[in-house]
Each structure stands twice: as C-alpha cells, then as structure tokens.
Design a protein around this ligand. Sequence first.
Ligand code: NPW
Ligand code: ADP
Length: 490
Amino acid sequence: MRAAWRVASVRAAEEALMATLPPGTLMRRAATGVARRCGELLADRYGSGYGHSVLLLVGPGNNGGDALFAGAALARRGVTVTAALLNPARTHAEGLAALKSAGGRVSDATPSTVDVVVDGILGIGGRGGLREDAAALVARAVRACGADGARPAVVAVDLPSGVDPDTGAVPGEAVRADVTVTFGVLKPGLLVGDGAVHSGLVELVDIGLGPWLRDDPALRVPDLDDVAEWWPQPGPGDDKYTRGVVGVATGSAIYPGAALLSTGGALAGPAGMVRYAGAAVDAVRFHYPTVIPTPRVADAGRVQAWTCGCGLGTDERAAGELRAVLAAEVPVCVDADGLTLLATDLSVDELRERRAPTVLTPHDREFARLNEGEEPGADRVGSALRLAARTGAVVLLKGDRTIVATPDGRAYVNPTGTPALATAGTGDVLAGLLGSLLAGGLPPERAAVAAAYAHGLAGRYAAEAGPVTASDVVGALRPVLGRTGMWRTG
Ligand SMILES: NC(=O)C1=CN([C@@H]2O[C@H](COP(=O)(O)OP(=O)(O)OC[C@H]3O[C@@H](n4cnc5c(N)ncnc54)[C@H](OP(=O)(O)O)[C@@H]3O)[C@@H](O)[C@H]2O)[C@@H](O)CC1
Ligand SMILES: Nc1ncnc2c1ncn2[C@@H]1O[C@H](COP(=O)(O)OP(=O)(O)O)[C@@H](O)[C@H]1O
C-alpha cells in the first residue's frame, strides 16, 4: 500500500529531518533525483545527454532551487542548460550560483532546441493556478522542439506547477508533465482529480523523510498484494453458505439489464451463492441458472449482504424494496437508483441508524443528489470524506480515479481505473461484485477498495480485445481474478 501526505505533514517532517542534517542536504538529494531522471530521458532519446538542451523554468522558492541544482548537475555532465527566471530578485541564490559555476546560463529567450523542460516554478508552496507570466513562459517552453524535431519532455519538480498539492485541484493554468519527480513522499494532488492527469508518471525520490512523518497519511493507494491478501478464498471446510450469500435487489421491467449485470458481478465475487430479488426474475433465471430468483426482497431468504439499486427505478415499489434491504441487519451496498431514493423518499441521515455497514457508490451526479445539489468539485477526496462522515457509510466515489472514503476519515484512491469503463452498466457490475465481497466477509472499507481494484483491472483486460461493454467486464472478472492471484484456489 502506498500512501500520500498533505503539505502540513510534509513540512513538519522536513523540518524535523533538516534539523539533523547539514544545510542544503535535502535540496541536494532532491536535485540529484531530478538530474538523474532528466539524464535518463536524454539517454533514452539520444543515447547520451551530452550537448543536448535542458530548459529550467525557475520560480521564486525552493522548488526553483531544486531545479537550479539539478541543472548544475546536468551541466557538469555536458548538457546545455538554460535557466529562465520568473522572478530574478527572489531566485534561490545558492542554486543560481551553482548553475553558473557549472557552465549553465540564464536567459529569457527560449533556446533554439529544447529536449527537456524542467518545471521548477512552484512546488508545495504554490497557491492557485499559474500566474500570467508563468503560464506564458510554460506555453513558450512546451512549444519548442528538441534536436530530433519532437516536442520536449516535461519534468515537474516535486509537483506540476499550478496543481494544488493537497487536493489535486487545478484552479487555473497548470503545467502538464510527462514525469513528476516528487520528494520524500507522495502528495494527494499527484494522485487524484485533475492533478493526477497533469502529473504524468510519478517517480518518488527518497530523501529520508519516512521516519519523520508523524501524521496518518491523507490518502492510500492499494496495490495487488493488498487486494490479493484480502480477497476471501474458500477453505476445505467451506460450503456455499459459509462462503456467504449475497442478495441482489436490482433491475426493473424497464431495466432488466441492470439486474443481469449486477448479478454477473456478484457471481464473479467470493460469495458461495447469489439470490436475486426483483422484477427481472425471468431474465436472471434464463441467464444464470445458479442464481435463486424471487420477485421481492421479503421472499428472498437469508443473505449475508445486499446490493441494491442498479436499475431499480424510483417508484414506490422500488422505495419499498430499498427499505426492506436497509432494514436487514447485514452489510448493504446502495447504488444508482437506490442513491436517488435515499436522497428523495428516504433520508440520508437514516443510514446513521443502521447497525450493519452501508457502502454508497455514487458517480458525481448521484453524489450531488445526496449532497444538497453539490457535486464533489475539485477536492474529491475531501468531498467523499465529508459525505462518509455525514452518513456513517463508506463512500465509493466513482470516476477516473475512484475514491473510497470511510466515516472515520481514511481515504483511498484506486490506481487501476481506465476510461474504457466509461460505458453504460459497468457501475452495476461493480456494485454486484462489491456486494459479494461484503457477503464474503470483507469489512466495507476493504470490500469497496478491492471491488474497485478488480473492476478496474477487468476493464483494462476487456479493453485489450476492443471497445468495452459492461457484459465484457463481467466476462473479464473471472480471468483477471485468476491470472493476478486474487483468486488462488485452484
Ligand atoms: N522544505 C524542504 O526541506 C525541501 C523542499 N524542497 C523543495 O521546496 C519546495 C517548496 O519550496 P517553497 O516552500 O519555497 O515553495 P515553492 O513551491 O517553491 O513556491 C513558493 C514561492 O512561490 C510563490 N508563489 C506561490 N503561489 C504562486 C503562484 N500561483 N504564482 C506565482 N508564484 C507563486 C510564493 O510567493 P508569494 O506568492 O507567497 O509571494 C513563494 O515565493 C518543494 O516543493 C520542493 O521542491 C526540496 O528541496 C526538498 C527539501
Ligand atoms: N473516465 C473514466 N475513467 C475511468 N473510469 C471511469 C470513467 N468514467 C466512468 N468510469 C468508471 O465506470 C463505472 C461507471 O459507473 P456508473 O457511472 O455507475 O455507470 P452505470 O450506472 O451505467 O453502471 C465506474 O466504475 C466508474 O469509476
């Protein structure tokens, strides 16, 4: 599991660490990481950096200092380094001296060729978008060409300038990096929202901060090992009931497909049995002979978790079914129309009274319905955490980087998503899978994280064969679980 920390935590750790080291040590470690990455990019492109051109965009703070020291290291290796200073009077003096003594130069004019642009305008001290002069400088720099005629690679120092380090918000103009070399720890802004899109490949350089971090991380990023370790496996003593039974209360006469997709997702999960309750009994019976179908939740029999809401409709019957599901003292995943019903016919605050866990899986417009009309906005993690705290439910906020937030303040971002999943019905598959993980006994936080992770991988796998439909995602789940080792019972 990787993790990211907010600026306040990073600054506190840096201060504590710096007190134990000679001045300038951390900046030199940081700059070495940037210079190494730029050297690799030049070597990949030309075989060597010698004689090739790096343009440093240098802001007024320590971020600019990092860029200047990195430039000095590159210049010592024969790279042609030019620094454009945004605010000459406030430029990092030692960094500038180091660059000049290594043979680098300062110029306002963009060099005739630029192979790598180093963005040292703003780091974790940046606030708001790039100001006009900085935005113009960036626009000129990225329009330049390298010696091979291709556009320059853009390497951001610590954080792309113009990205909010804590939230990933991009309030105005911002640098779009190919690579971000970040120091000490990841920052949430590199992983979520628009910030993630602007960061490109994120490379972490260890500057020794780890032992000095005192706060909990602001955001966690699960990896395959985490999810594989959590995924319930059947044991020799198990039967279909002990593995957990998941109930799926989804679909309607108008949307029978949602019933099939959510049931398909549930069948790929770890539960030993799937019960379906709803209007699509005939379709479910036809497609999935192993599923036990009944028209109503009240007749479904015992389950260890419910998934409710996908294509359910929002009429009185649907509201009654959702009420019946929420009244059961088992974990519940509420999706789609179920979320709309929570915002209209039922009350979000009623969720707090449930004794068993609830997971809500909104996309942005469903989120707005639950949140007095307000979409998550630029701070997606903060918004998901606030809804989780208000409802007492785990919130899985869908999107390009799906967020999972818990009522007691933990947040995760899913790293496996793909835009190929932006197609009708894939959310239904996710909700069914999540319900099965809940029925299999995973705590709601892990069930939500694991479902998003496996669902993202299934989307990627399905996309290898061509454009993806939600049915393809259902079909991809089983091979993905097997080949990645999430499913290990062979
Ligand atoms: N601390 C450490 O131990 C280590 C830190 N390291 C490095 O230091 C970086 C943090 O450095 P930092 O604190 O100097 O802040 P930084 O990001 O350079 O910018 C602040 C300056 O920008 C200005 N400014 C703000 N917003 C602006 C805007 N929108 N448009 C234009 N200007 C704007 C602001 O001026 P103000 O507006 O406040 O007058 C202020 O002068 C960190 O990201 C990492 O790279 C590494 O060396 C490892 C060790
Ligand atoms: N641009 C995107 N990039 C990656 N994943 C996306 C994107 N757009 C949507 N998704 C994913 O696709 C799924 C869509 O779910 P949802 O909006 O509920 O669709 P539906 O209701 O049609 O099933 C979610 O898992 C979401 O995270």
